[in-house]
Design a binder for this molecule. Structure first.
Ligand code: SF4
Length: 387
């Protein structure tokens, strides 16, 4: 196997151990949803374990062929203002810099980029940067894709330096799974570390939005890469969806949150798996995901449990804030329509629901007043803060 990345599944020795029918099925999957993995990542798999979580993240699954779901479940097309540039929330814009990743997660929510479809990432980022320059309300820019760290450092340097020249852009975020897929991309590139040092100064920071789904992905090389980024001045946080068979148990989440917080990496968002085409096999019902996360929180320090549980819906980031036997409580953490920001919603419980759209609202548009919180006995609130 030559090179850092493998895109031909038949080169994986494990594939050769499968019978012909299984092989054909997997080739059928990869002809629709391509395969790509780094040698580093493949080396973390215990091929004798049929339930190995890393294998489940990267190795094709025949269940993907069910083909339910959308290619663009968050309707990103609707928020695309320039080729490769999305502007959904006033203060944030998202630049799709690359249509390649260090590996292809089987549950990717943006897998349309890797499928046989017209290129959606920026070719010439000049117009996108002009748009950002002309919109002073944009204070943070998320570089995404695909994985921006797959690009040569020279290319990244150009984009990041130009962004740093825009006064109103305070935060540059780099969404990357490279810390899991190929941490050597970071540890072996002193120019990348110098770029982070240059662009993450005292007043404006670079944030690395890491993407660890399972504690087994955090290899010694990942730890070294995280530390190098932190020492260079970057703030590293983590986001992950809840994925069936990977991290849908409190025990795994506890270990993931703890490991990350020990490394100084805040768990930031925990996402509900989006209803992307072929992803249903990885989806966990909303209420189960919420319970798993909160069960894990019980055993984590406050630092480890700063994450919010979010559905990245086409209308905004909807946070599930609580539930009881009858209802699920949600609020808009971010809203495409500013009038919806912070809107509180009460839905009838639906243990089968996989997405916001599967819920029936108790009272559409209902925003409870503060007194609603204490309607039974306002005095029970007491007024003493507890930690
Ligand atoms: S790293 Fe992100 S963009 Fe790349 S395949 Fe995984 S989920 Fe998709």
């Amino acid at each position: 196997m030559k090179g850092t990345y493998i895109t031909d599944i038949t080169q994986i020795p494990y594939f050769q151990t499968l019978d012909k029918t299984e092989q054909e099925r997997l080739l059928q999957v990869t002809s629709t949803f391509p395969f790509r993995a780094s040698k580093h990542y493949l080396s973390l798999i215990d091929w004798n374990n049929p339930d190995d979580p890393i294998k489940r993240i990267i190795f094709p699954n025949p269940g993907e062929l069910s083909m339910t779901g959308s290619q663009d479940p968050s309707n990103e097309k609707n928020y695309t203002v320039q080729h490769g540039l999305q502007h959904k929330y006033a203060q944030t814009s998202l630049l799709l810099l690359s249509d390649v990743c260090g590996g292809i997660c089987r549950f990717c929510f943006r897998k349309r980029l890797f499928m046989d479809s017209p290129r959606q990432t920026v070719r010439d980022y000049g117009p996108a940067l002009s748009y950002i320059r002309d919109h002073p309300e944009i204070t943070n820019v998320l570089l995404s894709g695909g994985d921006p760290l797959i690009l040569p450092t020279k290319h990244l340097t150009k984009v990041i330096r130009e962004l740093r020249e825009i006064e109103h852009v305070g935060i540059i975020r780099i969404g990357s799974k490279m810390l899991a897929y190929n941490p050597a991309r970071i540890t072996e590139d002193p120019d990348l570390i110098s770029l982070i040092q240059e662009a993450s100064g005292d007043e404006k920071k670079i944030y690395i939005m890491a993407h660890f789904n399972h504690p087994a992905e955090i290899s010694p090389l990942s730890i070294q890469a995280i530390s190098m980024l932190q020492k260079a001045g970057a703030i590293v946080v983590n986001q992950t969806p809840v994925i069936k068979g990977v991290n849908d148990s409190p025990e795994v989440m506890i270990e993931l949150f703890r490991k990350l917080s020990f490394l100084g990496v805040s768990p930031y968002y925990v996402f509900q798996c989006r209803p992307t085409v072929g992803n249903q096999v990885f989806s966990v019902p909303v209420e189960q995901s919420y319970k798993t996360m909160h069960e894990a929180f019980k055993q984590c320090s406050g630092l480890a449990k700063r994450a919010r549980f979010i559905m990245s819906h086409c209308t905004g980031k909807i946070e599930v804030v609580g539930m009881n036997d009858h209802n699920v409580f949600m609020r808009y953490h971010q809203a495409a329509n500013p009038e919806n920001y912070d809107k509180f919603m009460v839905a009838y419980s639906n243990p089968e629901a996989l997405w916001f759209d599967d819920y029936e609202m108790l009272s559409p548009g209902y925003v409870p007043g503060r007194e609603w919180l204490f309607e039974h006995d306002p005095r029970s609130y007491g007024g003493t803060a507890s930690y």
